[in-house]
Ligand binder design. Sequence first.
Ligand code: PLP
Length: 456
Amino acid sequence: MLKNDQLEQWDRDNFFHPSTHLAEFARGNLPQRVITGGSGCHIEDREGNRLLDAFAGLYCVNVGYGRQEIAEAIADQARELAYYHAYVGHGTEASITLAKMVLDRAPDHMSKVYFGQSGSDANETNIKLVWYYNNIVGRPEKKKIISRWRGYHGSGLMTGSLTGLEAFQKKFDLPLDRVIHTDAPYYFRRETLDQTEEQFTAQCVASLEALIEQEGADTIAAFIGEPALGTGGLVPPPAGYWPAIQAVLDRHDILLIADEVVTGFGRLGTMFGSEHYGLKPDIITIAKGLTSAYAPLSGSIVSDKVWAVLEQGTDENGPIGHGWTYSAHPIGAAAGVANLKLIDDLNLVQNAGEMGAYLKRTLTEALGDHAHVGDIRGEGLLCAVEFVQDRDSRTFFDAGDKVGPTVAAKLLDEGVIGRAMPQGDIIGFAPPFCLTKDEADEVVGKLVKAVAAAGL
Ligand code: PLP
């Protein structure tokens, strides 16, 4: 462990942290935490605190911390061959094996996987592929992308444009042209309270239809969505949403990109969210759960239909002009192979489904009647509790009251990490798939204390 007692100062003087209030951090007004270790669902910090991480890092350490099988696979790969590129037909045993393992788990109509490093770069790849696709099939005008308010697809130039959250666009001159947004499928936040879930779904579908009509179907290339909204609030879709959306997209010949960065490889209790909700995507984005974040690796899984056009494109134009130095990095690929094997060996997808149901049930039993709890929702190990000022009228708290962040801070005082989600007073839970009943009980018991300590 590092013994340097200047570490805090070095951190504040030198380190540009992502998604951080930079000025407050530099001034020393924001806490700093140096993480030193982890095992199962727990992490340890430099001060000796042991915390139950009920958000699995950034919902990515799906197999849990400290898995020696993955560490050994990474070390073996690094010793044998730390790097070689994947351009012009090169590969490694790890990258080729991982591609096969991914396709074996993906829906039947998927054909090939391109590997990147992050969820953001995978979605950048996807948009390039969609534009290329429409140029090859002779539809150069069909280029706009429809995303959803509250969708999260990354924080690059294109992906930050797709992301429908204010903080990722404001002052960055985003969104870029060609990106348009439609309604968030967020039933709890429906405009009229007496609307049924089915009516709300119909409204989302009608509003998508109206947007397509207004823009012209012949200008729209693709629709991108997470099977269940993630960072935008951890919201499973309303009843009937995906089949109805899919039908609209099919009718207008609009490609579907399922962003499964969070839901891929088991989080909903099924291997893919597409399978869970019956989507038939043309491209699937994967990242986090592909390696459980033991090494950075992402992927774009393309369907037979898209692949056929990519082949045609290279026959007509030569090699595809897309690729990065670290595409299919052998160390990431080795981590991915070991990770997917571990998920199977430990039956973690099933555990995610069972423990997710248990966590949601115990949360509902403990807080379902609380005067300031408006909604408890979830699917698999993706759950949220949303706080309101008044339940009956569904009046939200003022954002300035910072109710969500306060509950998260009190929960941390209790030794449990939950995440205060943006744009609402929402505490999110997305623990590792190895969560036990005792750990789930601890999360719920400590949340109850944290809610009281926050004065609710
Ligand atoms: N897509 C989804 C659904 C995500 O949740 C995220 C990150 O949280 C991303 C894309 C971007 O991934 P990354 O942060 O690895 O760029």
